[in-house]
Design a binder for this molecule. Structure first.
Ligand SMILES: NC(=O)c1ccc[n+]([C@@H]2O[C@H](COP(=O)([O-])OP(=O)(O)OC[C@H]3O[C@@H](n4cnc5c(N)ncnc54)[C@H](OP(=O)(O)O)[C@@H]3O)[C@@H](O)[C@H]2O)c1
Length: 342
């Protein structure tokens, strides 16, 4: 294995405001030998996540300096080639933190502890709808929002990776779902394919006015994946016992200045409301529960896995750029060069 060439990206310049291929440098090196306690994988699908922008910009953990000269990490679905680790064997398909490279060495730790993907799960689902993205959507809806049938559920970033799954899970749970997204293709997908009740294009419509029209009695749950001014609008319309789920703040990850907080938090008191953030990786140990619930829905087509796939390792920076400019519809993935489109 050590004679094989490992194509990899390295971080070259810090991310400031935008991200493009110019932030990274392409190199080729030899695959290192597998030390005791580690395993070597061939990466097959890379998940592209906005969180990468925070860590590439501020370091991992945030504040520890941008990782210049290092391989950007990705959650990935990969095949074990060699192992000197007690939990993984050659041929295993694993989900874990790997790099923007053909081959990665892992000790099984990282942003998420590595785990074996159960047999029979399509690898693109393992990286997306049933990866961290799907777990966040599933537990965010069912554990944090705790929906009751008939409630009104508003979600930002509704046609993104997390948003596309969370919108559909809320609909399947019997909620009235209003998705907010950034272009007409996303809004069309939400209404026609995800079957939500209404979609608002925040770049072309007055979101406050549309929410008033679409939810005249107010909203019960706001699932926020984006941050920014919509949180204030949602707070202003929250009904008694309403819940706000803080899932992500994509709009803030590359921003120069901190976004001002909502000015109307008093509303939360007036409605006995709840605002709660959560980390999907804390639910990793319960992933089987989410797989058991979502896999039959995915197989039957009732839950659609909308994916936006760029092909080849060379395209990894472009995948991240697409995500942070809002070009992606659905879960942004990288299918590695030799990986079949299945
Ligand atoms: N809590 C957790 O454990 C956890 C785990 C995974 C992900 N997350 C978070 O969940 C959020 C969604 O992740 P994802 O992977 O599903 O990404 P995504 O929603 O597929 O992609 C990001 C979307 O954010 C919107 N966006 C990007 N830049 C923006 C900006 N400057 N202003 C407003 N909107 C912007 C765009 O959608 P529009 O075109 O619709 O604006 C874009 O498509 C992220 O914030 C992520 O960090 C949290």
């Amino acid at each position: 294995m050590s004679d094989r060439v490992n194509r990899r990206w390295l971080v070259d310049k810090p991310l400031n405001g935008t991200v493009s291929e110019a932030n990274f440098r392409w190199v080729e090196s030899k695959v290192p030998p597998v030390e005791q306690g580690k395993f070597l994988v061939r990466n097959r699908w890379l998940s592209v996540d906005p969180t990468q922008a925070i860590l590439l910009r501020l370091g991992d953990p945030p504040g520890s300096a941008a990782p210049i000269g290092q391989v950007p990490w990705s959650l990935a679905v990969s095949e074990v080639l060699e192992s000197r680790h007690p939990d993984f064997s050659p041929g295993d398909i694993v989900h874990g933190e790997m790099g923007w490279e053909d081959f990665s060495l892992s000790d099984g730790t990282g942003f998420n502890a590595a785990y074996r993907v159960p047999p029979g799960i399509p690898l693109r689902w393992a990286a997306g709808a049933l990866g961290l993205t799907g777990l966040v959507a599933y537990f965010g809806v069912h554990e944090v929002a705790r929906p009751k049938s008939g409630e009104t559920f508003v979600i930002s970033g509704a046609a993104g990776g997390v948003g596309s799954i969370a919108s559909q899970l809320a609909k399947i749970a019997g909620l009235r779902v209003i998705g907010i997204a950034g272009n007409s293709a996303k809004c069309d997908w939400l209404v026609k394919e995800a079957c939500v009740d209404a979609a608002v294009n925040y770049r072309q419509e007055d979101v406050g006015q549309r929410l008033t029209e679409l939810s005249p009695d107010g909203i019960d749950i706001f699932f926020d994946t984006v941050g920014g001014p919509v949180l204030e609008l949602a707070l202003g319309r929250l009904r008694t016992g309403g819940r706000i789920v803080l899932c992500g703040r994509t709009a803030e990850y590359l921003a120069d200045k901190p976004t001002p907080g909502p000015s109307n938090l008093t509303q939360l008191i007036m409605v006995n409301g709840r605002i709660e953030g959560f980390l999907g990786r804390d639910f990793l140990a319960r992933r089987t529960e989410a797989f058991d619930a979502m896999l039959p829905l995915l197989r039957s087509g009732r839950l659609k896995s909308k994916e936006d796939v760029v092909v080849g390792l060379r395209e990894a920076p472009n995948g991240l750029a697409r995500l942070l400019s809002g070009e992606n519809v659905g879960k942004q993935l990288v299918r590695m060069d030799d990986e079949p489109d299945s």
